[in-house]
Design a binder for this molecule. Structure first.
Ligand code: NDP
Length: 500
């Protein structure tokens, strides 16, 4: 069936061949095993609001089996005892196996969370490149690190041991990438893992589990259980878990930080954001237009690091509003299975309501919607989908909720500033600190502005995350980093052996 025939119709969606739709198993100790319960969680297509799949609502018994499998594989299995370069060879095979499953990964992901297919078609290649990148770091783990005592007393051998059993928890917006960015370094380090995907997106990662098994990752090394946040909480607190890595909202991140604090358990938290795009007076607005959606509204605004607050200098404010409005209103919204679609639905019914509430609050507080600002009913089977017209708010002031809080939907706000100091102060006037952008023609001035922004990552005239560079949030955006050698270090436990 061609992609064109799949569009809109629910019956055609039913006909899409996918490896997983209704399932009742968890991946534990190298096999899919039946859940200990008959309770199920539905998987809904946000473009149609129709249920098309379901998974087991895992129990603490299921979780126990998974954690024990990971513990046993860590304590007595081969994986932590292989040389890092041997593990890297397996990681490279995993990358190939993921790429071989690209189409089913992309379709499953799009049907789970409504991410446009133009976005999800790159998910497998991106996941594969993360595995390949971390495989390339094996020599870092193999090089012998011997450090003389400064007083000449002897020397210390610094060992980088795997931290142990890791609990990995991901959100629904990029269900593949945001788990893989934890899994790949954990595996290279020699750890074993138990993973819990988000409830709206529990199916796509099963395909990655099949890739891991096909690549020869030993039994018990990587385990997957599906279930609600309650199961995530039990995973975080499980006595046999040594480390937690979480991507998700700031409120849940705080709960996890608190539990890990009590347990003195290392934790990496990648949380929410409210990042700013600072438009300098000399910015090339045509160039900005071509990067705008990717940098400020990627994935229908459901991306943690995008710059949803655009800060425009007073002298160019009207021009910026016009550019942002015309660029966003011209981008096609529609069936996420259509390769031409730029804006899909919001991912869940609850996110749909949250975003509409924010739009109401923006209006109530005096902001002006220059495009969008309403629900959209698309025809042809998509009438009930969670579509919201991409929305641009002008005349936004710093105190408004839409300017301060993470919306996580297709809404951007444009604020005005006078002078670079006020622009920087506005960019830093947030509790978060995850992404950010500077648009400017003079790249030295743009870099100087970027250096003054209190954030974990900032782009000059574009934004993309680089697998080789640390990515993490400051303030309410998280603790620790992922990507790069720093992301690998989060899965290591250092030990110094002192010798004469
Ligand atoms: P949530 O925080 O609601 O959930 C994230 C994950 O945590 C889900 O798997 C969820 O399970 C699970 N969970 C929920 N409660 C608990 C708990 N008490 N203990 C352990 N796990 C729990 O976030 P969303 O899924 O709604 O994702 C959106 C958020 O993620 C946004 O705020 C966004 O900014 C952030 N994010 C951050 C990124 C970053 O790198 N900084 C990247 C992408 C998103 P369940 O789904 O079953 O409730």
């Amino acid at each position: 069936m061609s992609m064109q025939q799949l569009l809109g119709s629910a019956a055609a969606r039913e006909a899409i061949v996918l490896p997983y739709r209704h399932v009742d198993t968890h991946f534990i100790d190298g096999v899919w095993i039946a859940s200990t319960t008959t309770a199920r969680n539905d998987v809904t297509d946000p473009a149609t609001a129709l249920v098309w799949g379901s998974v087991a609502e895992g129990t603490t018994e299921d979780l126990e089996k998974a954690v024990v499998a990971a513990r046993t594989a860590f304590d007595s299995g081969p994986w932590p005892r292989l040389a890092p370069s041997e593990r890297a060879v397996v990681l490279l095979r995993v990358a190939d196996q993921i790429e071989a499953r690209s189409t089913e990964l992309s379709l499953t992901n799009t049907l789970e969370n409504g991410s446009p297919i133009s976005e999800t078609k790159g998910a497998a290649a991106n996941a594969a490149s993360i595995f390949r990148y971390f495989a390339s770091l094996a020599p870092l783990l193999e090089s012998e690190d011997v450090r003389p005592f400064p007083n000449g007393l002897g020397e210390s051998l610094v060992r980088r041991d795997p931290v142990g059993v890791c609990g990995l928890i991901a959100p629904w917006n990029f269900p593949i990438n945001l788990m893989v960015i934890k899994l790949a370094p954990a595996l290279l380090a020699g750890c074993t893992v138990v993973m819990k995907p988000a409830s709206p997106t529990p199916l796509s990662f099963r395909i990655i589990m099949d890739a891991l098994a096909a690549a020869g990752v030993p039994d018990g090394v990587a385990n997957l259980v599906t279930g609600s946040g309650r199961l995530g909480d039990a995973l975080v607190k499980h006595p046999l878990v040594n480390k937690v890595a979480f991507t998700g909202s700031t409120p849940v991140g705080r709960k996890i930080a608190s539990a890990c604090g009590e347990l003195l358990r290392p934790v990496t938290l990648e949380l929410g954001g409210k990042s700013s795009a600072l438009v300098l007076p000399d910015a090339d607005l045509d160039a900005m237009g071509s990067n705008l959606i990717r940098s400020c509204m990627r994935n229908t605004g459901q991306t943690c690091y995008i710059s949803t607050r655009i800060l425009a200098p007073t002298q160019r404010y009207d021009e910026v509003v016009e550019l942002v409005t015309s660029t966003i209103s011209a981008a096609p919204q529609g069936d996420p299975l259509d390769p031409a679609t730029v804006f899909g639905p919001t991912a869940t019914a609850s996110q749909y309501r949250t975003v509409l509430d924010y739009i109401e609050s923006g209006r109530a507080e005096g902001a002006r919607a220059t495009t969008g600002g309403h629900k959209v009913q698309l025809g042809g089977g998509l009438d009930a989908g969670y579509f919201i017209a991409p929305t641009v708010f002008a005349d936004v002031t710093p105190g408004m909720r839409i300017s301060r809080e993470e919306i996580f939907g297709p809404v951007v706000s444009i604020l005005r500033y006078d002078g670079i100091d006020e622009g920087i102060a506005l960019a830093n006037n947030t509790e978060f600190g995850l992404g950010g952008l500077v648009f400017g023609a003079d790249t030295d001035a743009a870099q100087a502005a970027a250096e003054r922004m209190d954030t974990g990552s900032v782009g000059i005239n574009f934004f993309a995350s680089n697998h080789a560079a640390p990515f993490g949030g400051r303030n309410d955006s998280g603790l620790g980093t992922e990507y790069g050698p720093e992301g690998l270090a989060a899965y290591l436990s250092y030990k110094s052996i002192h010798r004469r």
